[in-house]
Design a protein around this ligand. Structure first.
Ligand code: OSB
Ligand code: MG
Length: 377
């Protein structure tokens, strides 16, 4: 459903950007690397109507996508913030248009749009969930499990998450750690809802290995091939019994339309950062919902800011698979919001407060801040 009632504009006074370093509770390893500290950019929109908070979900290195923290910092401060401040008033749905002349850098655009969206909705006393058309007050919580030292360690780690109540397990795979890891988890836990994420670590030359995963009855395989391999993904999808889901490849609603038309994916992972914002994310949801294509909400190790917005997004009707909307404690011992998301009976609550429905823990925010810049009109 398109946004039923757009939010009114706010009068922009400035933007404060901070780089944060948040320690992770455990290293997070994917096919592209290991993170021990989450480097992230927090955005505060300063408006006459009050502040709004957003988050730019780039990582320190351009390994998941071409975006990275210092690049996002530069493009945001050099081009995006000045372009927005040039307009005295902006509504959330104006942000993408104002930044549209600048190519790419979707995560940077998404973080700025989210801060404006939060400010505008707070000013109106509406929640993001209500604005976006949420149909649920809590969402089932899946967890993304990084590659562990060996399959036995993976089984131990997964056991811990199942004990906590997570309703779906996603394991990261890479060449050499695919069939063995998946077999270990299936053998240990039987018919749990299970899926795998390759983060584009394979090519069509690996199709035989990927076909071996068919015997594990997975919910889906996420992004086996490269970001721009839409045609190869379609060929692979024809070859596999396991549904192919795209993450990295889907960077816009138009891209989603193309992927569906080509048969490159039968499931879509929606991440607002990757597609340039929550408004574009809702459009992709609407398209997939109309086409009967299941979607789920991905994650980028967000802080409590982005996680709150993800929970609202995942509450839309078409999000029929559990998302990577895990509790704050899955990644962080200390978050930057005063009430970090909790896992309750395998679910995360959809915030009902105004805007994103979060309050910033200013002490924690300051403690994790390593750089800060403010631009005003
Ligand atoms: O591919 O989904 C991914 C984290 C960083 C970059 C890419 C991905 C991920 C995750 C973590 O899998 C999901 C989460 O935030 O819970
Ligand atoms: Mg992924």
């Amino acid at each position: 459903m398109p946004i039923a009632r757009p939010a009114a504009s706010v009068a922009l006074e400035g933007f404060e950007l901070r780089v944060l370093h948040l320690p992770l509770v455990a290293p997070f390893t994917t096919s592209f690397g290991t993170e021990t500290v989450r480097e992230v950019i927090v955005v505060r929109a300063l408006t006459s109507e009050g502040d709004g908070w957003g988050e730019i979900v780039t990582q320190a290195d351009p390994l998941y996508s071409s975006e990275y923290t210092q690049g996002a910092w530069d493009v945001a401060l050099r081009f995006f913030v000045p372009a927005l401040l040039d307009r005295r008033r902006v509504a959330p749905h104006d942000v993408a248009g104002a930044l549209e002349p600048f190519k790419g850098h979707r995560m940077a655009k998404a973080g700025l749009e989210l801060a404006v969206l939060d400010a505008a909705l707070r000013a109106e006393g509406r929640s993001l969930a209500e604005y976006a058309g949420a149909v649920r007050d809590r969402v089932p919580s899946g967890v993304s499990v990084g590659i562990q030292r060996d399959p036995a360690a993976l089984v131990d780690t997964v056991a811990g998450y199942l004990d906590e109540g997570y309703v779906r397990i996603k394991i990261k795979i890479k060449p050499g750690r695919d069939v063995v890891d998946t077999a270990a988890v299936r053998d240990a836990f039987g018919a749990i809802p299970l899926q795998v994420d390759a983060n584009s670590a394979y090519t069509m030359a690996d199709a035989d290995t990927l076909a071996e995963l068919d015997r594990f009855d997975l919910l889906l395989i996420e992004q086996p091939l490269q970001e721009d391999d839409l045609v190869d993904h379609a060929a692979l999808a024809r070859r596999l019994k396991t549904p192919v889901c795209l993450d990295e490849s889907i960077v816009s609603d138009k891209g989603a339309a193309d992927a569906l038309a080509l048969g490159s994916a039968s499931v879509v992972n929606i991440k607002a950062g990757r597609v340039g914002g929550y408004l574009e994310a809702v459009r992709i949801h609407d398209r997939c919902f109309a086409a009967g294509v299941p979607v789920w909400c991905g994650g980028m190790l967000e802080t409590g800011i982005g996680r709150a917005a993800n929970a609202a997004l995942a509450a839309l009707a078409g999000f029929t698979l559990p998302g990577d909307v895990s509790a704050s404690s899955r990644f962080y011992a200390r978050d930057i919001v005063s009430e970090p998301a909790l896992l309750e009976d395998g679910h995360v609550r959809v915030p009902t407060g105004h805007g994103l429905g979060i309050e910033i823990d200013q002490v924690a925010l300051d403690d994790f801040t390593v750089a800060r810049e403010t631009l005003t009109r």
